[in-house]
Ligand binder design. Sequence first.
Ligand SMILES: Nc1ncnc2c1ncn2[C@@H]1O[C@H](COP(=O)(O)OP(=O)(O)O)[C@@H](O)[C@H]1O
Ligand SMILES: [Mg+2]
Length: 169
Amino acid sequence: MDAPTVMSASTRVELEIKSESVETTQALGAALAAQLVPGDVIALQGELGTGKTNFVQGLARGLGITEDVNSPTFILANEYPDGRLPLYHVDAYRLENASQARDFGLDDYLNDDGVTVIEWAERVRDALPQDVLWIEFEYLGENERRLVLRARGARAAEILDGLKHAARN
Ligand SMILES: Nc1ncnc2c1ncn2[C@@H]1O[C@H](COP(=O)(O)OP(=O)(O)O)[C@@H](O)[C@H]1O
Ligand SMILES: [Mg+2]
């Protein structure tokens, strides 16, 4: 597996990573999973095909979930109760705004003792809690993606710190 390349880690609350394979993106998801506690919220943004679902697949594996993880584009959310923590995988692609997200019941996931990961989270930004770890996915080339992790809030900063320490050891 290609090692992830840390492109910059200038501030405490931001980490920029280059992935050169699907496996690397999934491994990053798994590494993030190890840092998570009940109630954590991870917001993924970026165009179609930039690796958001691949990342969630790795995150699910990292939580010990053995079920296949696919994009819940049409059903909006999938629930995986059988890992170290329950995982709620939301795809906001078909939601137009925060009020649609609330109508759909997003708060039930956010307020639960699981981990909520939201694809296309920028579409429902105003329905998200204050403390969120944002990950922006960007296409660089056929197998290359840039991931920028940005902590918004104290808990998100803690997750990011944990990830940085884990990457160093
Ligand atoms: N480094 C990489 N990380 C993630 N996906 C990659 C990478 N390189 C190529 N890909 C391909 O990009 C696509 C990502 O798909 P997916 O994870 O479903 O994206 P999204 O959920 O953002 O729409 C897959 O076809 C995958 O094989
Ligand atoms: Mg997807």
